[in-house]
Design a protein around this ligand. Structure first.
Ligand code: WTA
Length: 656
């Protein structure tokens, strides 16, 4: 495993501790006993949590585990949307607000649980009319509007697994996902608002579906009013079909292991993996973690996960976890700097947000913009802050605690993955003394370890790989259509354990610090992108002979994408055609994958450093990209190649 970069090494000397404020600890949902209770009998503890959901039929066995296949709450039956909506209305909470929604242009909508129920029923009736059946996948490609939540819950209600494709992904990415999971219906919008302007979605759908003959129907929400292309017989306006449906719907109950959704995420190959999540165990995991990690007081808290619904964080902690707990949430469509850079703090003030959950990259962006933007906003409603998506550096953690949390709010750094479904490592805010930059300890009922190359656990002070040692309720149930890859990727590196792909270190107290990915997956602004995926896109361009992509350290985005490219016929970078090609290649990648995958920098080079067996030495390119002393070059076929790349790197400007 590569040693931790300097910044991370420094972080391991971090010695500040922040015990929970006394008043907070006294009334926290989870006290210290929760760890012992869960440890005494993990499985019964999870059963106790599962009992807080509403089941149509109780389970016969809590867990069936035959590595790598797990089934939780076997024989149990439930409906996920009933658990997120109907039961709260039946319990008399119909008037409670489920979402305070705010569009980027400033339009707002307040949706109570009673209204959510009606909207979900109407959407479910409409999808049924369009032919959606249990077990048939629906693709959702939407902006951050309430209809996105309605559509997801309507799918869950019908037992039709959804795959939400992030609205920033390209037509190509959408096509690949629709084809892979064989979606028959697509729910989309004409567009959404981002950075002060309408941003179209429907044209990408039309482009993608030209190669998806299996798709019968496209349901389109009118959001921006932009003109859209229309395929008669296939396309249907949301307002034409959903609004005329009855506002009630009798739900069917599904097996606890019925597929709930497929979420595509980057792995180490060019093809994204369709991570499958099912119903009973997943909902138990996200509801429990949401309640205890965020110390939820559902009657009074206003909760805000500032992430996109298109990522797993949005699935687990905007939709399923919070709604299962009858939470009042904020949902915001746009970017933090529109129309001004204090938009978030206006929102916190306006709705009295008490719990804020976001990514380190956003916090670092706010740091760059300056704390002055928070002044003049009353943030006193905040009582808890959370972080997710990438390692958080101590400076960002301290800034978040001080400037956003007024030094009174506990900060919980939560480690988890698309694959884990819900939070796995985290402090509990009323129990754990936090350390700036550490995810600390496994959540109750979760068993994790840091192991060395040979799979044996490292002791306090040791570094290695993070593994999960026991099955957990929210775990992925496989990779859609690829059982081999599931076993190979997660269950073969360390026998008996789930291999997460993250490096980690135990400090002297035995608390866990994450060190970043150890595979070819980058984490750019909290988005997972595989180096291979981008290399694949680059070599798909007719001008490119070969490409190597690495993640370089970046003060704002965590990692940044740097591409080294050799060109067919050889074009000098400093020539006009070289400069043009660099611009074109960045656009090409944006088209193939999405704007988030655009390399920060593309370096044209006559050759890439290779071993004698022809393997590109990405390790050395990472050293170059980070401007570090070069590692071992003895296995290189031609050591001078990397020196010449290094020289170019220092003279080349940014790709922008
Ligand atoms: C990284 C996002 C350090 C990690 C929920 C993981 C983190 C990948 C943290 C999963 C954290 C997420 N500290 N690293 N608190 N949270 N990561 O699937 O590398 O988009 O493997 O899930 O993000 O990203 P994914």
């Amino acid at each position: 495993m590569p040693g931790p970069p300097d910044a991370l090494a420094a972080l391991l000397h971090e010695s500040r501790r922040f015990p929970p404020p006394e008043a907070f600890a006294e009334r926290a949902k989870a006290g210290p006993e929760v760890y012992a209770e869960a440890a005494a009998d993990r499985i019964s503890w999870w059963e106790e949590q599962a009992r807080q959901l509403t089941w149509a039929r109780p389970w016969d066995r809590a867990l069936e585990w035959e590595l790598p296949l797990a089934k939780w709450f076997v024989g149990g039956e439930l409906n996920v949307s009933v658990n997120c909506v109907d039961r709260h209305v039946e319990a008399g909470l119909g008037d409670r607000v489920a979402f305070f929604w705010e569009g980027e242009p400033g339009d707002t909508r307040t949706i109570t649980y009673a209204e959510l129920h009606q909207e979900v029923c109407r959407a479910a009736n409409a999808l049924s009319e369009l032919g959606v059946r249990a077990g048939e996948t629906v693709a959702i490609y939407m902006p951050m509007i309430p209809e996105t939540v309605f559509a997801m819950l309507a799918c869950a209600r019908l037992g039709a697994p959804h795959t939400v494709v992030f609205g920033g992904f390209s037509a190509d990415a959408l096509r690949g996902r629709v084809q892979d999971c064989d979606a028959r219906t697509v729910v989309t919008a004409d567009g959404g608002y981002r950075r002060g302007a309408p941003s179209a979605l429907k044209p990408a759908v039309d482009l993608a579906l030209a190669d998806c003959p299996g798709v019968r129907k496209v349901l389109v929400v009118r959001r921006t009013g932009a003109e859209v292309g229309w395929v008669e017989g296939r396309d249907v306006w949301w307002h034409d079909i959903v609004d005329r449906q009855p506002a009630s719907h009798t739900p069917e109950m599904f097996d606890a292991e019925h597929p709930l959704y497929i979420m595509y995420t980057s792995g180490t190959t060019a093809k994204p993996k369709g991570i499958l999540h099912t119903s009973g165990g997943y909902l138990t995991h996200v509801a429990t973690t949401h309640r205890l990690v965020f110390d939820l007081e559902a009657e009074s808290d206003v909760y805000w996960t500032a992430a996109d619904i298109g990522w797993v964080t949005g699935h687990s902690y905007i939709v399923y976890g919070p709604l299962a707990n009858a939470t009042t949430s904020v949902l915001y469509e746009g970017t933090p700097d529109t129309p001004s850079r204090d938009r978030w703090w206006q929102i916190v003030e306006r709705y009295g947000v008490s719990i804020l959950y976001t990514a380190p990259t956003t916090i670092r962006t706010f740091m760059k913009w300056g704390a002055g933007l928070l002044e003049g906003h009353d943030l006193s409603s905040l009582r808890l802050l959370g972080s997710v998506g990438e390692p958080i550096n101590p400076e960002a953690w301290m800034w978040y605690r001080h400037h956003v949390g007024g030094d009174r709010c506990p900060v919980v750094d939560t480690w988890w993955q698309t694959e884990t479904g819900g939070i796995m490592l985290t402090p509990l805010p009323g129990v754990t003394a936090t350390k700036p930059g550490a995810a600390m300890v496994p959540f109750p009922g979760i068993s994790a370890a840091v192991v060395g190359e040979d799979g044996t656990p490292v002791g306090a002070g040791g570094a290695g790989y993070l593994v999960v040692t026991e099955p957990w309720p929210g775990m992925l149930r496989g990779i859609w259509g690829d059982p081999e890859r599931y076993r190979d990727t997660y269950w073969s590196r360390f026998p008996g354990c789930y291999f997460a792909g993250d490096g980690a270190k135990l400090d002297d107290d035995g608390d866990i610090w994450l060190l970043g990915r150890v595979d070819d997956v980058m984490n750019v602004s909290g988005h997972r992108i595989s180096t291979t995926e981008i290399e694949h896109a680059l070599v798909g361009h007719p001008g490119v002979a070969e490409a190597a992509v690495v993640g370089a350290d970046d003060p704002t985005t965590g990692q940044a994408i740097v591409a080294f490219v050799t060109v067919r016929g050889g074009v000098a970078e400093d020539s006009e055609s070289g400069a043009r090609l660099v611009v074109e290649l960045r656009e090409h990648v944006a088209r193939e994958i999405g704007p988030i995958a655009k390399p920060r920098q593309i370096l044209l080079t006559p050759e890439l450093p290779k071993t004698r067996s022809g393997k590109i030495m990405r390790r050395l390119l990472r050293d170059v990209a980070d401007n570090r002393q070069l590692g071992d070059v003895t296995t290189l076929l031609d050591p001078s190649v990397v020196d010449s790349i290094k020289d170019r790197m220092t003279t080349a400007g940014d790709g922008d």
